[in-house]
Design a protein around this ligand. Structure first.
Ligand code: ADP
Ligand code: MG
Length: 334
């Protein structure tokens, strides 16, 4: 049984960043106003995600690491609709715990247990090894130590600390930018990489994540309805950088469809088309762009663990994104 879980884990948890994604999603789902992510050695030694979300009592914590347990499926309808958009339901903690040493400390925000002690559960290689009362703040702290310690092949496949951390950074950055009302921080090997306040708007989040030079180069995009050419997109909003502020990597293109961080060729091509030759070869702008599209026009389940989406009508999406970004640049004389 544990072998099966470990094999499945390879599918679900490819690298530290995939575990970070699951843990941060859980924190956001738990209604957290603040999410603090701490990693060591690119996440291979330690991943800690601390939130002030609703928290769990002992029963909830025990249930959380069981296979196929989720508090999030309401009914059959839920199963058939967008459930897989956030991955397979109810497996993340169980799966991560089967390939690491997982510790959960949690205390409920409300209810009878709110004032009492919290619960600390330790789960190692797929077994609950201890459950004890502990003093902890209301909310949840999940620690993942020694990821893949019992799957040497997977451990060997990991890249350098810098590369693994870059993946972690990208995931946390995308959450921070999409949730300016949540205070998100990221710390690597004792150094704070960024911290958003959770008080501001998108512009404030960009300032916290990318710094003043980038933030001051951002131009608002805000197109909907008649301002867009015909196509599935109902609106395109966000920020794009002045062409002089650019990088040689696509990493700074943060694009979202219906609030989910995604990548799609027509979106990227639309953005790049709007800049035309202004960026120079192989240069990419800083972009944080939110697209709204009716669910039936976009397939978010190309691969449940990947961020790729597919549209029914790529050409229209490309034209719509191009037009929205071009209008924003034009308004700034670009
Ligand atoms: P899923 O998120 O798909 O339900 P997970 O394995 O990620 O599955 O989590 C299992 C359950 O544990 C969740 O449904 C939720 O009830 C609980 N849980 C996990 N993380 C948190 C958290 N940070 N705060 C509160 N509850 C959590
Ligand atoms: Mg989850």
């Amino acid at each position: 049984e544990h072998t099966v879980a470990r094999i499945a884990a390879g599918e679900v948890v490819e690298r530290p960043a995939s575990a970070v994604k699951e843990l941060v999603e859980n924190s956001v789902d738990a209604g957290a106003d603040s999410v603090d992510v701490t990693v060591e050695e690119g996440g291979t030694e330690l991943i800690r995600v601390a939130d002030d979300g609703r928290g769990m009592n002992e029963t909830d914590v025990r249930a959380a690491v069981r296979e196929h347990t989720t508090s999030k499926i309401e009914g059959l309808e839920d199963l058939e609709s967008g459930v897989t958009t956030l991955g397979f339901r109810g497996e993340a903690l169980h799966t991560i715990g089967s390939v690491s040493r997982l510790t959960i400390r949690s205390r409920p925000q409300d209810g009878a247990e709110a004032g009492g002690a919290g619960t600390e559960l330790v789960y190692e290689g797929g077994e609950v090894t201890s459950v004890e009362p502990t003093g902890c703040p209301a909310g949840t702290i999940v620690e993942v130590e020694d990821l893949f310690y019992n799957t040497p092949a997977r451990r060997k496949f990991l890249k350098t600390t810098a590369t693994e951390f870059a993946h972690v950074n990208r995931i946390v950055t995308r959450y921070a930018l999409a949730n300016p009302d949540v205070a998100v921080s990221l710390t690597h090997d004792g150094r704070e990489v960024f911290a958003t306040t959770g008080q501001g708007d998108l512009q404030a989040a960009v300032l916290a994540v990318y710094g003043r030079d980038v933030a001051s180069a951002m131009i608002p995009v805000d197109a909907d309805g008649d301002e867009l050419p015909p196509g599935p997109l109902e609106s395109v909003t966000g920020l794009v950088s002045h062409p002089e502020t650019n990088r040689s990597s696509r990493e700074y293109l943060s694009t979202y469809v219906n609030d989910r961080a995604v990548t799609a060729d027509p979106i990227r091509e639309g953005i790049m088309g709007a800049y035309g030759t202004q960026l120079g070869g192989d240069r990419y702008p800083f972009v944080v762009l939110f697209l709204e599209a009716p669910g039936e026009t976009v397939d978010v389940n190309v691969h449940p663990r990947k961020r790729e989406v597919r549209f029914d009508d790529d050409d229209s999406v490309r034209r719509q994104v191009d037009a929205a970004v071009e209008a924003a640049l034009l308004e700034h004389g670009l």
